[in-house]
Design a protein around this ligand. Structure first.
Ligand code: XBP
Ligand code: MG
Length: 258
């Protein structure tokens, strides 16, 4: 039987709640700096999250709220420049240690490494955003914990397309059946499932009402020994938080079902 060999993590919402008080604030800072009258409040940002990828999200916003902006001959360049400015602001925010990891993330990653599991990242966000979050919020050397970091424009089609997961699997030279994915959103789950990956979902601030059909388990977070996770769906086998042993059980159960 195929054994569990690797864990593949999404970043935004899964490792940390980066959207409302991270990416959103960075977008707004870039708009102000560029002298644009745009401001994304928390509710509007929730709607814009329907589209993954910052440049794609900017375009989606313009289509709905400022279509004239897209008629400028240099609209593509403007969007690229705004996004670059946004990334700069986001990196500053993250470097200040401004975004803590979700409960259980650091513990599970340490445990997985000790157990010999391979780790990878599959995300739509910009690569520097990932490495700076890992460094500031996980450990100074955490980038090296991950064998492959699939991020941003490395594939042309972002989640919900499976491409970023397929790219990571190819780089790791592993079949999807040897891995588990970790996601927080419907678009992310669609992507991982379409790549053939059994997926554990932990909710994030914008995703509690998403459709998580097909997930192995749906939890508030991964939990800690002194902070049980809330279980929306799935069998914790008597445990109050997610550990490597539970992941192995879920993986084996899923393989035998297939
Ligand atoms: C994350 C995203 C990203 C971030 C912003 O989705 O959609 O676009 O919101 O990052 P997921 P960039 O968690 O499903 O990967 O501005 O760097 O794109
Ligand atoms: Mg996510």
């Amino acid at each position: 039987m195929e054994t569990l060999q690797a864990l593949i993590f999404d970043v935004d919402g899964t490792l940390a709640d980066t959207e409302r008080d991270g990416h959103r604030l960075a977008f707004n800072a870039a708009f102000a700096e560029a002298g644009l009258p745009w401001h994304w409040d928390a509710a509007l940002y929730g709607e814009l999250l329907a589209v993954t990828g910052g440049k794609e999200r900017l375009r989606f916003f313009c289509e709905r709220h400022d279509p004239d902006f897209l008629k400028r001959p240099d609209a593509d360049e403007q969007i690229r420049a705004l996004h670059a400015a946004k990334t700069k602001h986001y990196l500053e925010l993250v470097a200040k240690g401004g975004i803590p990891l979700q409960p259980g993330v650091a513990r599970l990653m340490r445990e997985a490494r000790a157990a010999g599991l391979r780790l990878a990242i599959a995300t739509t966000t910009t690569p520097e955003n990932v490495t700076s979050l890992l460094k500031a919020s996980l450990a100074p050397d955490a980038e090296r914990w991950f064998e492959v970091i699939g991020a941003g424009d490395v594939v042309p089609k972002k989640k919900p397309a499976p491409d970023i997961y397929l790219w990571v699997l190819e780089k790791m030279n592993l079949p999807a059946t040897a891995c588990l994915a970790f996601e927080d959103s419907e678009n992310g789950l669609k992507a991982s499932l379409a790549a053939g990956l059994a997926t554990v979902v932990t909710e994030s601030e914008y995703t509690a009402d998403h459709d998580f059909s097909g997930a192995l388990a749906v939890l508030s977070d991964l939990g800690e020994p002194d902070k049980p996770c809330e279980v929306r769906r799935g069998d914790m086998h008597g445990k109050t938080y997610v550990d490597v042993d539970l992941l192995r059980r879920w993986h084996a159960e899923n393989i035998s079902k297939a």
